[in-house]
Design a protein around this ligand. Structure first.
Ligand SMILES: Nc1ncnc2c1ncn2[C@@H]1O[C@H](COP(=O)(O)OP(=O)(O)OP(=O)(O)O)[C@@H](O)[C@H]1O
Ligand SMILES: [Mg+2]
Length: 454
């Protein structure tokens, strides 16, 4: 008997009963031993392997390599047919001479498959969450799958990486400040200050000293200590000039000079202070129109408007409403330390039908009120504030078109359904729509017959 065979027969009883698969090759690379576990794990027929060259049966095996190099290979993952195994392969010595190699391996197919599934699921999650929202950093998200909003998010991400001035426009409550903070937090200045100043809320004379600071005795009431302005406080970071449309023309001139020179002088001061401040401004006023009317300086407008982000009102991206509802309910339940309520289809429909002149802020407000009113963990139409009831009635309705502009037929059909739901009586419905009963019936036939998509 060969030395290797002798060795094997001495421990065969152990090799046969272990859980791991075992393959032993002799110095020529021929399989001299395989245990039952090998057959179970790999599905290879042991009888057909025994005596054959390893490279002919499992070409990807490292048994030969280990014999040739004399170096063990531990923790190698390989695929054998449809199974994944992890193996330890070591040379077998007789004295100083290598007489073969042994591979001991475990079936990790299930683990590997779970891994693959997990990876795929993670990719899917990443893809979807990118479509739905963008992480703001401190637990906040920019929500929006609407194409306009996606474009805005894209521009904002680009803006985060550069230093250019940003002008954010949009109706009240569309998230201008949220957006400014996002751009700041997603960029290299994120660890530096973000200082917001509301140019509309502060009287002009005060705003000037707020922005630029002052030296002792600069004006009556300036005190004898002086004060750093917001520009100085924001140095290295970002200054957010909110409601820039409310800034007086004379202050606009001073602001423009600061933006051009990148330095300030405190009121009553002599020394110039170098500035490295990123400027973002926001307004819900029509700046372009104000420029035409000469109530906003054109040169300042162009200085600020290097990157423009215009946030669409919520009513122009109704498909995002359910996303915001879910996001905000989740956020609010955290704040109110309450369980996150469900929302009934009726209540959701009422929200979709509403115009939201106050945009996301108003939606947040409405949801908070509704959560307070709600008692059973399910927000229904009667938990919604009264302002919405007008919109659950005949006024305002939502045509489901997945973001596409609705066709006249679709609008017609939705209005018809809505009217009938409110005025269940067909004569009355025809009357409020200003059409004859016959026309109403014909339209009903048409819309059901031809099946305008719902
Ligand atoms: N993209 C968003 N995702 C989630 N919440 C948002 C988003 N945008 C705004 N919000 C929420 O809406 C509210 C209003 O946002 P923000 O204060 O930024 O609006 P604004 O445009 O600055 O309004 P205003 O013109 O009245 O100052 C905030 O409470 C914010 O949490
Ligand atoms: Mg604001």
């Amino acid at each position: 008997m060969h030395r290797l065979e002798k060795m094997i027969s001495a421990i065969e009883i152990i090799l046969r009963h272990v859980h791991e698969g075992i393959v032993i090759a002799d110095r020529e690379g021929r399989v001299v031993y395989v245990n039952d576990a090998n057959e179970r794990i790999t599905g290879l027929d042991n009888k057909k392997i025994l005596g054959r060259y390893v490279k002919d049966v499992v070409p990807e095996s490292s048994l030969i390599e280990v014999i040739e190099t004399g170096r063990e290979k531990l923790g190698t993952r390989t695929r054998v047919r449809d199974k994944y195994v992890i193996s330890n392969i070591v040379p077998i010595y007789d004295g100083a001479e290598i007489i073969g190699s042994i591979s001991v391996f475990l079936d990790i197919t299930e683990v590997e498959n779970l891994n693959i599934k997990l990876k795929k699921a993670q990719e899917q999650i990443d893809k979807l969450s990118k479509q739905l929202s963008t992480f703001l950093g401190d637990g906040q998200f920019i929500v929006g799958k609407n194409p306009m909003m996606q474009k805005v998010i894209y521009i904002a991400q680009k803006a985060a990486g550069v230093n250019s001035n940003v002008l954010i426009t949009g109706e009240s409550g569309t998230g201008k400040e949220v957006m400014a903070r996002f751009i700041h937090n997603a960029g290299p200045r994120k660890d530096k200050p973000f200082v917001a100043v509301n140019c509309g809320a502060i009287p002009e004379t005060l705003l000037e000293s707020e922005l630029f600071g002052y030296e002792p005795g600069a004006f009556t009431g300036a005190g004898n200590r002086g004060k750093a302005g917001i520009f100085e406080l924001a140095n290295g970071g970002t200054i957010f000039l909110d409601e820039i449309g409310d800034m007086s023309l004379s202050l606009q001139v001073k602001l423009l000079r600061v933006l051009q020179d990148k330095e300030i002088r405190r009121l009553g001061g002599i020394d110039k202070i170098k500035l490295d401040v990123r400027v973002m401004a926001a307004t819900n006023k029509p700046l372009e129109k104000m420029v035409a009317e000469k109530t906003f300086r054109e040169d300042l407008y162009y200085r600020l408007n290097v990157i423009q982000i215009s946030l669409p009102p919520l009513r122009e991206r109704k498909e995002d409403i359910p996303l915001y509802v879910r996001f905000l309910l989740d956020k609010l339940s955290g704040q109110l330390k309450a369980a996150c309520p469900k929302i009934s289809p009726g209540a959701m429909k009422a929200l979709m039908n509403y115009d939201f002149p106050g945009n996301i802020r108003e939606l947040e407000n409405i949801l908070e009120k509704s959560m307070v009113m709600d008692e059973d963990g399910n927000i229904d139409t009667d938990d919604l504030p009264d302002i919405l009831s007008a919109h659950t009635g005949a006024r305002g309705f939502y045509v489901e078109t997945e973001g596409r502009w609705p066709t006249l037929k679709e609008v017609e059909k939705t209005l018809l359904e809505k009217t009938l739901a409110v005025f269940s009586n067909k004569t009355r419905a025809a009357e409020v729509l200003g059409i004859s009963r016959a026309t109403l019936y014909r339209m009903l036939d048409e819309s059901t017959g031809k099946g305008v998509s719902r």
